[in-house]
Every structure is written in C-alpha cells, then in structure tokens.
Design a protein around this ligand. Structure first.
Ligand code: SAH
Length: 505
C-alpha cells in the first residue's frame, strides 16, 4: 500500500497569494485537506477534484473538533496511505498548536513535513504598514500569546513591560484591555504607541492606531475585533508612512460583480489586486444559440471572408472552439482580417496567436462601423460572430458597404442557480455592498429579476455602468447610474470606482 504522509503547511497571513510555492504544491498533491478559519478559503480551489476537504475551524473557544479529534483523524487518513495536508493560517509552528500535531505524528511513526508560512505576526503587520523591526525603533521583537486565560501563569508581565523590542500579541483581542492595563501597571509608558491589524492582508482588513491607554476604546469605536494582531512599540509610528496596502485605490471597497461566472474571475482579480473586495454574484450565463450550426457550416470556407468581426471575448472563445473542433488551427485565418471591439476582446484573440487588424478607439459599434468603412472593399464579405441581443446597427451599417453575415452565436441568459441571493440581499440591506458593477444590459435586467421585490435595495448602493447602452438599461429600470466607465470595458469600470477618494469605512 502507498505510504501516507502529512504536510503541516502554513497558509500565510491571509491573502491566499501569500502562501509559499511549496505550500501550494502540498495543496495540489493532497488527498485530504484539513483546514481552519484563518487558512484562506480561496486556496481550497487548488485542491484536486477528488480531494476530501475537512473543516476543523475554531471560532473563538467554540471548537468544532477537539485537538485530539483532529490529531486522530489526520493519523487515520495518513495510515490509509493518503497524503494529508494540514493547512494552518500563518506559520504552522507559531501558536495554532502545530508543534503538538507534529509530536503526535512523530510518536506514531507517521512521516511528516513542515512547510513554513509567513506568520501574521510579521507579514500581517507589514500589511498594516508596520515593520516589525527598524534600526531607529526596535532591534528585537517578541511574539506573545494573548490568550491569557490558559497561560497567565507563563507570562511574566514584569519582564514584558520592560522589553525594548516590538511586542506582538496574537490571539489577544478578547483581552485587549487587560493586556494594555497590565503593561501600564508594570511600568510601561502609557503613551507607548499601539496598533491593531484586523483581518490583515485580506480585503476585510481594518486597522487602528493609538496608545496603550486608549487603544481599547479606539478599537471598540472602529468595531475592530478578532482576528487581530496587537503590536506595541515605536515601530507603530511608521504606520501611516508605510501603509502601502490600505492606500491602494480600491481598499475597503466592497464590489458586487454580476457578470457570468466564466468571466468574473478576471474582474475579481483586478479588484483584489487594487485592494478591493469582490463579491461574485453571476446573474447571467452564456449559452450558445442555434446559429452555431451556421457557424460550423461557414468555418471550412472561412477564408472566403475578408473580415471577421468580434465584439466580445465570448464570441472569440466560441468561434475558436468550433474552429479547433473542425480540425483546424489559427492558420486557417491566415488571409482573413479580424476586427474587434474592446481591449479585452483583442487580448482574447491574441491568446490564439492572432493580432487584431482593427480595434477602434472607442469600444462601441458606431466606432467600429466608422473604422471599417475606410478599410473594407465592396467585394469583401464580413462575418460577425456575436451575441443574440446585440443591436442591429453594426450589421445594418456594414451591409451598405458589402455582404454581411451576422451570426448571433450566443446569448446571455439568466443564471438560475442563485444560492447566494439571500446573502446578497442581506448585505445590500446592511449597506455592506458599496458598488454594484454592470458590464452589460443583461446583467442589469437579470439582477433586477433575481432580486424581485427587493429590487429597491439597489437604491442604497452605487451602480457603476460599463457604457452608455448599459446605463440606458439601468435608467429604464428606474435606477440611477452613479458613474459610467470612460473606456467601455472592465478596466473602465474599475477606474470609475478607483477615481473616488478614500475608503468607505
Ligand atoms: N499560526 C498563525 C497564528 C495562529 S494563532 C500565524 O503564524 O499567524 C491565531 C491568531 O493569529 C489570531 O488570534 C490573530 O491574533 C492572529 N492572526 C492570524 N491571521 C490573522 C490575520 N489575517 N489578521 C489578524 N490577525 C491574524
């Protein structure tokens, strides 16, 4: 039988991208993945399809599984010959009982390997703008449990309060007031700078800065709770200057993404990389239409066309799917010129190693028609592969020039599986969604349909539109467009949001 093995893997401080390369490998290889609350859920999607996912999260002291049960389970799975990856937030050996799990395995002769991670005590602080050491401020640091109840005996407050280095308390939010009081009581200056970083390096990050004698009240005021890193010392003075994360343009902004599932991840990635929080709620899905039969029919003679026109990534994807299915590759388009609307459509085309011959400056049909006027010869034929509900304008205009075939090869239909509906309604009602993005008219219509009687909640948030057509649909539904993108693509949508000053909380 295959020998089992256990990886004790550190997931990093919060942002799933802060895991190590080795850590990610151990997720990909796992037969069983045992994870808890602080081990970025986004990482789970890297697990294989058959991987068994086991949540052993602990919400405060209310453990869903006892440590013994976790240890036993890991051993059992490994003894069945499985690769078990035990994913822990931060570094597996910084609190979180990784050492105990290691001992338990060693005692039973089970092979294990530790994959260190970036601890929140260091990496989380960095995301709050605080370097754990600095030549001018601290030449040592101390990471301390704030879980005073269990370990009060072990902490020597006389010593702690005299240390010159940076003090970092983990698991201390429930005892914040006592920690501050104890340090003051034992002689630390009550004006010593303190900061808290909550949900560090995630889109939910919040932080607050104060002094020992007021940090508790400041944290309360800002509603900052667990999980939080408490940091005491002069390095906190650098917080505002080095706060690269909280000064990102979308930091603190919660943005609803309504486009189809296959397309939303790119927009979400961009939102996240700018520090925003993306909530994916696909309200449409892309479905191929009957016109696919005609497309299949035209593909073998595609070289008869002078121009191919794509107005979206979907059109490009579907076209190439059928081109390849028919046994051809991109060379088949050797003599055909290709025009596209939108940068993203152009980028999609380049994935198939075709450079667009024409991208009009403005991403609307009018611009494309205008640009093509000058380039198309009357004897050429044009094939347009686009969406069912697209306007007639483009085909009509171009057919004044030459023969045009307008194939409506896909349509956006309502996404029926809306398991997140209640959650989204709750968030809208609680003002927990700052922006709703609409990347087509069909996203507007379908979101409204899905919300039903709760449609009025959209008045509480800011509606961002990708362009004039979408804006019109929003207005026709009795809602106000907060802002329209200047360039009619997803980058334009993001820029519209980023252009506002400051966070929302
Ligand atoms: N092994 C982890 C620590 C586990 S103890 C590590 O190396 O980071 C759990 C404590 O870590 C929490 O109570 C909190 O104090 C801190 N913590 C972990 N991730 C955090 C995050 N993203 N934001 C704030 N605190 C975090």
């Amino acid at each position: 039988m295959k020998k089992g093995k256990v990886y004790l893997t550190g997931a990093g401080p919060g942002d799933e991208k802060l895991i190590t390369v080795r850590g990610l490998e151990t997720i990909i290889q796992a037969d069983v993945l045992v994870y808890d609350r602080l081990a970025g859920e986004g990482l789970l999607r890297h697990a294989s399809k058959d991987c068994e996912l086991i949540y052993v999260g602990k919400v405060s002291r209310n453990h869903t599984k006892t440590q013994d049960e976790i240890n036993q389970m890991i051993c059992e799975k490994a003894c069945q010959g499985k690769i078990v990856t035990r994913l822990k937030g931060g570094d597996p050996y910084v609190f979180g009982r990784g050492g105990e799990e290691g001992e338990y395995l060693a005692d039973r002769g089970i092979e294990f390997e530790v994959v260190p991670g970036i601890t929140s005590a260091i990496g989380g602080l960095a995301y709050g703008g605080i370097p754990i050491t600095h030549r001018d401020h601290a030449s040592s640091f101390h990471v301390i449990t704030g879980h005073l109840k269990d370990e009060e005996e072990e902490l020597d407050w006389d010593v702690l309060s005299r240390l010159k280095g940076t003090l970092v308390f983990l698991m201390g939010m429930g005892q914040l007031e006592q920690i501050a009081l104890k340090l003051i009581e034992k002689g630390m200056d009550k004006k010593t700078p303190v900061a808290i970083v909550n949900w560090a390096s995630t889109p939910m990050q919040k932080s607050v800065r104060g002094e020992l004698d007021n940090i508790y009240f400041k944290a309360k005021e800002k509603n900052i709770g667990s999980p939080g890193i408490i940091v005491v010392g002069d390095v906190v003075k650098l917080k505002d200057k080095l706060n690269f994360f909280e000064s990102k343009p979308l930091f603190g902004k919660r943005i609803l993404v309504t486009r189809a599932r296959e397309q939303s991840s790119l927009l979400s990635q961009k939102i996240k990389s700018l520090g925003g929080q993306s909530l994916e709620f696909p309200v449409i899905k892309i479905r191929e239409t009957k016109a696919i039969a005609e497309l299949k029919d035209r593909i073998p003679n595609i070289e008869d066309y002078g121009w191919l026109v794509f107005t979206s990534q979907n059109g490009v994807k579907i076209f190439f799917k059928y081109l390849f299915e028919a046994g051809y590759d991109s060379r088949k388009l050797g003599g055909v010129k290709v025009a596209v609307i939108g940068k993203a459509t152009g980028q999609e085309l380049e994935k198939y190693n075709i450079k667009p011959d024409l991208i009009p400056e403005s991403f609307v049909a009018e611009s494309l028609a205008h640009a093509l006027y000058e380039r198309v010869r009357p004897e050429e034929k044009i094939l347009i592969a686009r969406a069912e509900n697209a306007r007639d304008f483009l085909a009509k205009e171009l057919s004044k020039l030459c023969t045009v075939e307008d194939l409506r090869i896909y349509e956006a239909v309502k996404e029926e599986t809306n398991d997140k509906r209640e959650d989204i309604i709750k968030k809208l009602a609680a003002n927990e969604i700052d922006y709703v993005t609409f990347t087509s008219s069909s996203t507007v219509k379908n979101l409204i349909e899905i919300l039903g009687d709760e449609k009025y909640l959209l008045e509480k948030t800011k509606l961002v539109s990708i362009g004039p057509i979408t804006s019109r649909t929003i207005a026709e539904n009795g809602l106000a467009v907060w802002r329209e993108a200047k360039t009619f693509d997803t980058d334009g949508v993001i820029e519209a949001i980023a252009a506002t000053q400051g966070g929302n909380r």
